[in-house]
Design a protein around this ligand. Structure first.
Ligand SMILES: [Zn+2]
Length: 298
């Protein structure tokens, strides 16, 4: 059973990179904890340990020592980048003397793909360096250090401020680790293995993909009580979310005429330009052509 050691960078008196109101030490801890939880929740044959699970400072050589002492098979150090405000994107490192690029390559590929679901991300590529945590671990286990996005870049910071992007970065790490160590997905509660290739969209992805506020507005109007509660508890599944949207799409538009438009609507209806029905229905180009013809014929 692979033992994976997760190392969120910095902590305590060492904030790491800072910019745009973001601190590396806070975000990498969030990502690291999520990586740990997702690995434990979604995969059968994995053990996970961490260098820190709260805001404490741990020296670099101590991080490496802990991973080696625990007998880790994989070591993933999680960082965010900063430069001069103008660099952006994601890159992943292995130790300069290592000849095992697999973990690095799987991490970079998966992190990039997961973040790109939310915006454009520069691929800064696969790199090697003599970082202390890699130096202290690479001879004992597969080792990589990720730098996902720049906190001091406006473009990247905008991404990092979205909780769903933090989730995506964590998911990218999990998928990269799972690919490298050939982790086995847990069966779902019915005992069936979760099918590869089946699209599983989590409710929160779905909410963000369609715009959280707009989705919530639609859910308030068209969701039933169970669906509203599921949404509050983050357990709304995709088919129910689709059902709510379908109800919204198929619903009759409101027949209430907004006060500001009432006079114009009544006048144009009386003149026969509109037929007086569905005042809030969107107008297609074809319908608009008919309206223009009626105006010309007046
Ligand atoms: Zn760092």
């Amino acid at each position: 059973m692979p033992r994976i050691f997760i190392d969120p960078g910095h902590g305590g008196h060492d904030p790491g990179a800072q910019g745009n109101g973001l601190r590396e030490k806070d975000l990498v801890l969030q990502i690291g904890l999520k990586v740990r939880d997702l690995l434990r929740q979604d995969y059968e044959n994995v053990q996970v340990s961490m260098s820190r699970t709260n805001d404490t400072f741990i020296a670099l050589n101590e991080r490496a020592r802990l991973a080696v002492a625990w007998g880790a098979d994989g070591f993933v150090s999680i960082h965010l980048n900063a430069h001069n405000g103008s660099s952006n994107g994601t890159e992943t490192f292995m130790h300069s003397s290592s000849n095992l690029p697999g973990l690095r390559n799987h991490l970079q590929q998966n992190i990039l793909r997961e973040i790109r679901a939310f915006g454009s991300v520069t691929d800064r590529g696969l790199k090697s360096a003599n970082f202390a945590v890699l130096r202290g671990t690479y001879q004992h286990m597969r080792t990589a250090l990720t730098e996902s996005l720049f906190v001091d870049s406006q473009r990247d910071a905008a991404l990092l401020k979205r909780p769903e992007v933090i989730d995506a970065i964590a998911r990218g790490h999990v998928l990269g680790i799972a690919a490298e160590f050939q982790l086995v997905k847990r069966s779902n509660p019915n005992g069936n293995p979760i099918e590869e290739g089946l699209m599983i969209v989590r409710a929160e992805d779905f909410q963000w993909a369609s715009g959280k506020e707009r989705f919530e507005t639609v859910l308030r109007r068209f969701g039933n009580q169970r669906e509203q509660e599921a949404y509050q508890n983050n357990t709304l599944n995709v088919s129910d979310a689709m059902g709510v949207l379908a109800k919204a799409i198929l619903a009759q538009p409101s027949q209430t005429i907004p006060e500001t438009h009432r006079d114009a609507w009544e006048e144009l209806t009386n003149r026969g330009i509109f037929n007086g029905q569905n005042p809030n229905h969107p107008l297609t180009r074809a319908q608009q052509a008919t309206v223009i013809k009626r105006l010309e014929e007046e």
